[in-house]
Design a protein around this ligand. Sequence first.
Ligand SMILES: C[S@@+](CC[C@H](N)C(=O)[O-])C[C@H]1O[C@@H](n2cnc3c(N)ncnc32)[C@H](O)[C@@H]1O
Length: 198
Amino acid sequence: MIYPDFNNIIINNSVGVSPVGSDTQLIAQQVAQLDFTRALEVGIGTGFIPIYLSTLNRQCEGIDINPQAINCASENAKLNQVDVKFFLSDLFANVTGKFELIIFNPPYGNVRSTFASKYLEIIKSLLPKENPLLSKITYLLIRKSRRQLISLFLDNVKSVLVDSGNIVILLHYSELDLIKDSKFRILGELGQQKLVCI
Ligand SMILES: C[S@@+](CC[C@H](N)C(=O)[O-])C[C@H]1O[C@@H](n2cnc3c(N)ncnc32)[C@H](O)[C@@H]1O
């Protein structure tokens, strides 16, 4: 699909990979306005955000725990004739160096690669992401494992962030307590989710 509001990038979704949604587009639009020289997106899905940034001559690498997401994002980068570094990593396990900006749209479900979780990813990629009722039900089912993943992310993010760096993360309003000790501002809202810059 072509995205006219995003430099006409062409992004194909892929079964088993988190599809582009209004969350993806809100994050891409907001991070493009921030000041940074080198960014890292954790959990790239289709690669939409790093690919869009790359078309604006902004440098953004991307990681994902799901090999299918790495393949999908790499194919999408080729399609848009941009050179973006995508690689497999469970959070920061394979990340080296430091970044001025870390972007994270945490998953609705924990995909630490068990057999069952691969099927969960396929089902999620086929269901409409924007359905509010479905989002509420999914959130209730997975909120504990999602909080754990976000806490792990927040505990480790400093190891890959420069001292004055920023984190942009999309949180459910009930997760804002996880960042209560940090200074943050809200960049945008999407239903019950807040896009925050820490
Ligand atoms: C909600 S999707 C976001 C996809 C994309 N950034 C977007 O906004 O459309 C979350 C992504 O995080 C990835 N993910 C989940 N757990 C992860 C982990 N431990 N390390 C890296 N990526 C992870 C999932 O595979 C998925 O692609």
